[in-house]
Design a protein around this ligand. Structure first.
Ligand code: FAD
Ligand code: NAP
Length: 571
């Protein structure tokens, strides 16, 4: 061990958890409970990650289809609004309360991680940090690392639309990425006057670039502030909506997950649904019904650009709008209070200083531009090439081996055209948690990068899995890097077949693996790898798909793991 490394405690040793978003907080809490000496490093002034103070803005609401981004040890206070939706402020308060309750003095704020490298002797990790208050640099040593840096922190901004490009042609209004919506909100409201008595045509205008959830949310906010907003996009995220709230036995149960094929069809019902002709018909009719009822619920006209969506079955972009409300994006757009220009892309800024030019040459008036153009990997800036390669963090072309994997599922017939570069997508991160190349060392893991519709529950179970992995518990996982690589290669082949046109959307730190609606199956598999009971929501042969999956099911995982470890030691 590197001489600079702190000595191990009875249980674990020192761990740096990088990031204080939901994934970092639950990982750190779990590791602390297991006796590790944990330090959370975050560059932010406060905890919460995406949900921190200063990033959430008024009206931001959680859109998770299944879970509520909370953890079993602290109940999430339920909102008292008629719409029953948690807001960004609720999430922020929850993350702050969680950190105050369990992670006192474990968090080093305003500490940017600029480099992570192996310790000089080949074990442990050196973490170079910069204090954002003083600008001072420091080098810290840890026995283990858990990377929880999230996938929505490093803005992607097309060069031709960057603030610098705007400035170079003398664009007069504010131009910024949606990440900065909270901090730049007053600039937009100052630069763009509300629609006056002369009407929309004559009004100042905000252009929002992109069709993702960020574009929808910021557009709705500004429209509600009386501004004229135009959203320019090619294809929009799909959404679920219904005139009445969907009952919990649909929304919070396994229903959506079994209507979605998983790499392993674990039950008779899933095999029926995905491998038989009639089953596949039911599956697609179900998703078509959900998409159709969402459009009906918002009253979208047959030719509405709102219908230019990704297919919900083939997508990892679905938001849950619940009961449509007049002040939310879809209703505002379908009632003409937000303008939509689609299919279209913004190409550049006009030379008159107050317009943007679209790819087809059309010109739109613009007094401010918000780039809701997504995010790139948060890992790129913290690993040098050598460490990235040694760990195998980057996507890569599939190996020849990958050709042997194919799933003959009826529900996967007639896929959408694959993205031309999608065939090159492979990740070698086992279960999205551990780089295959490093699996035997048990000193590096990732949490929060598996994209799912129940981030809270998947992160909590993953945190237990990671802690067991670090503790050297017996896990049913590949023992060698070669076996882990093969398993990751199979998973990547599955993901390519399952989401042929979606893969380039997600950055590495947001999708080390994809378990979008299939998080219950993923949770079951993680529990089984820890040799713990799975399918905990119970029910009989008829009712099990409809049983609500509750965080309480995983509240005793630590005690269960301790008992297993005790048993193993006695044997
Ligand atoms: C506006 C918005 C709304 C969203 N709404 C939902 C939703 O409703 N439901 C849902 O499931 N998902 C949603 N997401 C996705 C979101 O990413 C997750 O909800 C969740 O916040 C991810 O948690 P995380 O802990 O993995 O990452 P994050 O919350 O992104 O936290 C990452 C942490 O890492 C830190 N960090 C990153 N790089 C460094 C570095 N170099 N040095 C030090 N610290 C670093 C950050 O400061 C932060 O503390 C939303 C995303 C956005 C942008
Ligand atoms: N309320 C909420 O819960 C909430 C709010 C915000 C975000 N989120 C979540 O956060 C994640 C990120 O969402 P996001 O909306 O910020 O990013 P995103 O989903 O990656 O969407 C980015 C959008 O920008 C478009 N785009 C990218 N480059 C472009 C370019 N050069 N020109 C024009 N358009 C371009 C993309 O279009 P193409 O796909 O056509 O390239 C896409 O429509 C998602 O998981 C989302 O669900 C949730």
């Amino acid at each position: 061990m590197d001489p600079k490394l702190p000595s191990s405690t009875a249980h674990g040793g020192s761990v740096a958890v990088i990031g204080a978003g939901p994934a970092g907080l639950i990982t750190a809490h779990t590791l602390v409970q297991d006796g590790f000496e944990v330090q959370i490093l975050t560059r932010d002034k406060t905890v919460g990650g995406v949900w921190r103070e200063g990033r959430v803005y008024p009206d931001l609401q959680i859109n998770s289809v299944n879970g509520e981004l909370s953890f079993s040890s602290l109940e999430m206070p339920q909102p008292d609004t008629v719409w029953g939706r948690l807001t960004g402020s609720d999430l922020n308060a929850y993350m702050e309360a969680f950190a105050a309750a369990y992670l006192h003095e474990k968090i080093r704020l305003e500490t940017e991680v600029v480099r992570i490298q192996r310790g000089a002797s080949g074990s442990g990790w050196l973490v170079d940090v910069e204090d954002k208050r003083t600008g001072e640099s420091d080098s810290l040593s840890f026995a283990r690392i858990v990377l929880c840096t999230g996938g929505c922190n490093t803005p992607t901004v097309p060069d031709s639309l960057s603030p610098a490009a705007a400035e170079s042609v003398g664009f007069k209004g504010p131009v910024f990425h949606s990440k900065y919506f909270r901090s730049r909100l007053d600039d937009v409201l100052d630069a763009v006057k509300p629609i006056g008595p002369e009407g929309r045509e004559a009004a100042d205008s905000v252009i929002v670039v992109g069709g993702g959830k960020s574009a929808q949310d910021v557009a709705a906010y500004l429209a509600n502030e009386g501004r004229k907003v135009t959203v320019v996009y090619d294809t929009m995220d799909c959404f679920l909506a219904s005139p009445r709230p969907l009952p919990d036995f649909i929304r919070k149960s396994r229903v959506l997950s079994i209507m979605t094929p998983h790499i392993n069809l674990r039950t008779y019902l899933e095999r029926f649904l995905h491998t038989t002709w009639i089953g596949a018909k039911i599956v697609h009719a179900f998703w078509d019904f959900l998409a159709g009822s969402a459009f009906s619920a918002i009253g979208a006209a047959e030719d509405s650009p709102l219908r230019r969506i990704h297919s919900p079955f083939w997508s990892i972009r679905i938001s849950d709008e619940g009961v449509p409300r007049p002040n939310r994006f879809h209703m505002l757009a379908s009632s003409g209070k937000i303008d939509l220009v689609a299919p279209a892309r913004v190409a550049s800024y006009g030379h008159d200083g107050q317009s943007v030019v679209l790819h087809d040459g059309r010109v739109l008036r613009a007094n401010a531009v918000i780039l809701a153009t997504g995010y790139s990997s948060s890992w790129d800036s913290i690993f040098d090439t050598q460490t990235t390669v040694k760990l195998g963090l980057k996507r890569h072309a599939p190996t020849l081996n990958a050709e042997k994997y194919h799933w003959d599922y009826r529900s996967l017939s007639n896929p959408p055209p694959a993205h031309r570069d999608g065939a090159q997508w492979a990740s070698s991160i086992y279960r999205g948690l551990v780089p295959a190349k490093n699996i035997a060392k048990r000193d590096f893991a990732i949490n929060g990068a598996v994209i799912s519709t129940n981030h809270g529950m998947l992160c909590e179970v993953s945190a237990h899995w990671i802690s067991s992995y670090f503790l050297g518990d017996q896990l049913r996982i590949p023992a060698t890097p070669e076996d882990a690589f093969e398993a990751a290669e199979r998973q990547a082949a599955w993901i390519r077949q399952r989401y042929p046109n979606m893969l380039l959307w997600t950055n590495e730190s947001y999708s080390s693996s994809i378990e979008f609606c299939t998080w219950p199956q993923a949770v079951d598999e993680l529990l089984e790898e820890m040799d713990l009971p799975s399918m905990r929501s119970g029910g009989n042969w008829l009712t099990w798909p409809f049983k609500v999956v509750d965080l309480k099911e995983i509240a005793t995982l630590k005690e269960e793991r301790d008992a297993k470890r005790g048993q193993a030691q006695r044997m």
